[in-house]
Write a new protein. Structure first.
Lengths: 510, 218
C-alpha cells in the first residue's frame, strides 16, 4: 500500500520538509510531475488536500464514496446551483473517480491554441509523443466488443439506424472487470489512475506524499516561489493535527481548475492581466435517459463503451455523446419531474439507459475567492445553450431510433417525451436561464490559461507562471480553451512536457 | 440569480438562517469549512423567501416550530426540516401501491441526517434555507394560505409538482431538495431490490485486486 504522511502517521504538531520540488495536488498532473522528476533524481514532495483512500475502502456505493473521495462530498456546484462540479479530493485526485475515458485533443483545438494564444512551441508532434507515452504507461486501449455494454449498445444501435458515426471509446483500464463502478473508484485497481500508477512509481523513486493537507498559500520571497504552507486535518477536513511547511526551489500547482486559481489568488500571485481564475469552462454534460421495452441492466459492464462522433466539429454542433449509465441515486436526481411518472420510470430502472451530452463550451466562467469562501461562477452562454439543446435533441433521436418507448430530458419539470414528433415541442418548453437543465461537470478547465502574452495569460507554454520565478502549473487550468473531449490524457501529456522542462532546468533558476 | 449580493445581505441571511435552524451552527462545525460556501446563493434564497412575503419571523410567529419527534436523536436538521423533507419525498415519490420500498421500511431520517452531515457547514445552511423557503412558500404559491407541512397529501403533491416547473428560485430549491432525498432513499441498499439493481459487485464476485501497476520502462 502507498506510503503517505497523514494524520494517522504524523509525529507532532509541525511538519517541516525540504525538497527540490513541491507538487500541490496528486491527480493526473501531479502524479506525472512527481514521477517524472523523482525518477530523474529530484527530491519531490506531493501535498494532497484529500485523504489516502486505498481501493480496499472503495465500497462501490456513492454513500460513502462521495464523502471519502469527492470534493465537498460530491456537493460542489456553481453559484447558480444547476451544475454539479464533481472532482476527486483524495490521493490520486480526479483520476480515481473519472470514467477512464481517453481522448487526444482534436487537432483543430490545438491549432487554435497555437494561433490565438501564441503557443506555437506546443506542436502536434510534441504532444503526440507525450500522448503515446502516457497511453503505453496507462494501458490505454480502444474498448473491445466485450467492453461495450447494453447501455452503449443501444447508442450504437440508434446511431446505426440514423447513419451517424460512432465508435468505441479508449479507456485506461487494464483487464477491466466490467463492474461499472469507475465513478466510485475502481475497487480492483483495473483503472490505471494515479493512485496505482504514477504516485506509487514516484514513491519508489523517493517521492514523499503528504495527504489530508490543505495548502493555504505558496510562499513567495523576492518574486520567486520558495515553498508552500498549509494545515493537515484529520480526514482532510476535521480538526487540525499539524501545520505543514515545505521548502522547495520549485512549486508545481496541480490542484485542478477550481483549486489551482484559488491557491494562486490566496498567495497574492501578481496578476497584471487579471486572468487568474478567469476563462473557466466546465465542459458540462446533461444526462438524457431512454426507457426501453427490454431489460438492459445497463449498469453492468464497462462504465463508458461508445461515443457518437457525428457532431464533433463546431459547425456540426460541437458536442459529444458518450454512453454512461447512472446509479439509482443519480438517476433519481436526473429524471425529470415528480409524482407517478417519476416513480414509474424509477421502477423500470432495469430498462433505462443514459447518455451524457458533453458540449464544447465557451470559457465564460470564473473561479474566485471571496474572503475564505469560493465561488464558481458559470452560466451557459447563449451559444452553449443552443449547443446543449442540439445535443439533447440528438441523444433523444438516438434513443428513439434504437426503439426507446420514452425519453427523459434532464429538466426539473416535464421532460418526458413519448414520441419523437413531440421532441422539439418539449425542448422548446424548457425555460431559458439557470436551473432549467440539470448538468454535471467532471472536467473544469481553463482558469490559469497558457499563452505567450503575459498580459493575456497566466502561464507560458512551458507551464511557468509569468510573474513568479519557480512557480509552475500543470493541470487542466492550463487549457486556453475547452477541448470538446474528456481531458485526462491532455492533462497527462501537458504535465509530461512541463516535467521535461523542469527536469532540464537548473535547480534554482528558470 | 444575482452574483453580487453584498456583505449586509449575507449577514442578514446568516441571522435568518440561525433563526430558522440552529442546527446549522453546531459548535463542532469547522470554521475552515466555510471556505466552501456560496454566500450570494444563500442570500438569494433568503431574499426569495422575503419576496414570497413570508419572512421567517412572521412564519415562526404564525406557525409554531415542529419539534424533533421524541425518540429521534438530535441532528443537523431541525424537526420541521426533517418533517418537510419527509413530506417532500412522499409527494415526490408516491410509493403507496407500488412494489417499491416504502420510506418507512428504511431509516430515511437517519439517512437524511447522514447525507446532510457530510455537507459543509455552508451547504447545510443553504439546505436549511431552501427547506424553509419551500415550506413557507406554500402560503402564497398557489394561494394555499398555509405552509407546505400543513397541506393535505394531494395539495402537497400539487405543490411539489408546481415547484418543479416554477421560476428559477423554485426550480433551484426543488432540485436541491430532490437531490438530498434521492441520496437518502436510493443510496440505501434496501431500496434496490424492487428495481432489480444489484449493487456492489467486486466483493460479491470475488474479483481480485491487481494492486499497483509495475514500474514502466521509461
Amino acid at each position: 500500500m502507498l506510503s503517505v504522511l497523514d494524520s494517522g502517521t504524523v509525529q507532532g504538531p509541525e511538519v517541516r520538509l525540504e525538497a527540490d520540488v513541491v507538487v500541490v495536488g496528486s491527480g493526473g498532473g501531479g502524479g506525472v510531475i512527481a514521477y517524472e522528476l523523482a525518477r530523474r533524481g529530484r527530491s519531490v514532495v506531493v501535498v494532497e488536500a484529500g485523504a489516502h483512500v486505498p481501493s480496499t475502502r472503495f465500497t462501490e456505493t456513492l454513500d460513502p464514496m462521495f464523502d471519502r473521495v469527492y470534493q465537498d462530498a460530491g456537493g460542489q456546484t456553481n453559484t447558480d446551483g444547476d451544475i454539479l462540479v464533481l472532482q476527486g479530493r483524495c490521493v490520486g485526485g480526479s483520476t480515481v473517480v473519472n470514467g477512464a475515458v481517453c481522448f487526444r485533443m482534436p487537432p483543430r483545438v490545438l491549432a487554435r491554441w497555437q494561433t490565438e494564444h501564441g503557443l506555437s512551441s506546443l506542436t502536434e508532434a510534441r504532444l503526440a509523443e507525450a500522448y503515446a507515452l502516457m497511453e503505453r504507461r496507462l494501458a490505454v486501449h480502444t474498448n473491445a466488443p466485450h467492453e461495450v455494454n447494453a447501455n452503449s449498445a443501444v447508442i450504437a444501435r440508434g446511431c446505426d439506424h440514423l447513419g451517424w458515426h460512432h465508435k468505441p471509446v479508449a479507456r485506461n483500464v487494464k483487464d477491466c472487470a466490467l463492474t461499472g463502478f469507475c465513478f466510485h473508484g475502481c475497487a480492483s485497481d483495473r483503472k490505471q489512475s494515479a493512485l496505482v500508477t504514477h504516485l506509487p512509481w514516484a514513491v519508489t523513486h523517493g517521492a514523499r506524499i503528504v495527504a489530508e493537507t490543505h495548502v493555504e498559500r505558496v510562499r513567495l520571497e523576492g518574486g520567486r516561489a520558495v515553498g508552500v504552507e498549509g494545515v493537515m486535518r484529520r480526514g482532510g477536513r476535521d480538526e487540525v493535527v499539524a501545520r505543514v511547511v515545505v521548502s522547495a526551489s520549485r512549486v508545481v500547482v496541480c490542484a485542478g481548475a477550481i483549486q489551482t486559481p484559488l491557491l494562486l489568488q490566496r498567495s497574492d500571485v501578481p496578476d497584471p492581466g487579471g486572468h487568474i481564475g478567469e476563462h473557466l469552462a466546465l465542459h458540462p454534460s446533461a444526462l438524457v435517459i431512454g426507457r426501453f421495452a427490454e431489460v438492459l441492466d445497463a449498469w453492468r459492464g464497462a462504465t463508458v463503451g461508445v461515443a457518437c462522433h457525428e457532431f464533433d466539429e463546431d459547425e456540426q454542433g460541437g458536442f459529444l455523446l458518450e454512453g454512461g449509465m447512472a446509479s439509482p441515486e443519480t438517476m433519481a436526481m436526473m429524471l425529470p419531474g415528480a409524482g407517478p411518472d417519476l416513480v414509474e420510470a424509477l421502477r423500470d430502472y432495469r430498462r433505462l439507459a443514459s447518455v451524457a451530452c458533453l458540449i464544447h463550451d465557451e470559457n465564460v466562467g470564473r473561479v474566485r475567492a471571496e474572503g475564505s469562501e469560493k465561488r464558481i461562477e458559470y452560466r451557459l452562454s447563449p451559444a452553449d445553450r443552443i449547443r446543449l439543446t442540439a445535443a439533447m435533441r440528438a441523444a433523444a433521436r438516438i434513443y428513439f431510433a434504437a426503439g426507446a418507448t420514452d425519453v427523459y430530458l434532464p429538466t426539473h419539470g416535464s421532460g418526458r417525451v413519448v414520441r419523437e414528433a413531440e421532441l422539439d415541442e418539449v425542448l422548446a418548453s424548457i425555460p431559458d436561464g439557470p436551473n432549467s437543465v440539470k448538468m454535471i461537470s467532471y472536467h473544469p478547465q481553463g482558469t490559469c490559461r497558457m499563452g505567450a502574452d503575459p498580459t493575456a495569460s497566466v502561464v507560458d507554454a512551458r507551464g511557468r507562471v509569468h510573474t513568479v520565478e519557480g512557480l509552475h502549473v500543470a493541470d487542466a487550468s492550463l487549457f486556453p480553451t475547452s477541448i470538446l473531449v474528456n481531458p485526462q490524457m491532455t492533462v497527462y501529456a501537458l504535465a509530461k512536457l512541463v516535467a521535461d522542462e523542469l527536469a532540464v532546468a537548473p535547480a534554482t533558476t528558470r | 440569480m444575482p452574483h453580487d449580493a453584498g456583505g449586509r445581505q449575507a449577514r442578514r441571511a446568516g441571522q435568518q438562517r440561525a433563526a430558522i435552524d440552529p442546527g446549522c451552527a453546531r459548535p463542532h462545525d469547522d470554521p475552515m469549512g466555510a471556505s466552501l460556501t456560496r454566500p450570494s446563493r444563500r442570500a438569494a434564497l433568503t431574499w426569495g423567501l422575503a419576496a414570497l412575503g413570508v419572512a421567517a419571523a412572521a412564519g415562526a410567529a404564525l406557525w409554531p416550530r415542529v419539534p424533533t419527534p421524541e425518540g429521534e436523536p438530535p441532528g443537523y436538521l431541525s424537526g420541521e426540516a426533517r418533517a418537510a423533507l419527509v413530506a417532500f419525498a412522499e409527494a415526490l415519490w408516491p410509493l403507496t401501491g407500488t412494489a417499491l420500498t416504502p420510506l418507512s421500511a428504511l431509516p430515511f431520517v437517519e439517512n437524511l441526517e447522514r447525507a446532510v452531515g457530510r455537507l459543509t457547514p455552508a451547504q447545510r445552511a443553504d439546505l436549511a434555507t431552501a427547506v424553509r423557503v419551500f415550506d413557507m412558500g406554500a402560503v402564497v404559491v398557489g394561494a394555499n394560505g398555509t405552509r407546505f407541512l400543513n397541506l393535505d397529501a394531494e395539495a402537497q403533491a400539487a405543490y411539489v409538482a408546481r415547484w418543479a416547473v416554477g421560476n428559477t428560485l423554485q426550480r433551484e430549491v426543488f432540485g436541491a431538495l430532490k437531490q438530498v432525498v434521492s441520496i437518502a432513499y436510493w443510496a440505501d441498499a434496501r431500496s434496490w431490490a424492487p428495481i432489480g439493481y444489484e449493487g456492489p459487485v467486486t466483493a460479491r464476485a470475488g474479483i481480485p485486486r491487481l494492486g499497483d501497476a509495475p514500474l514502466p520502462e521509461a
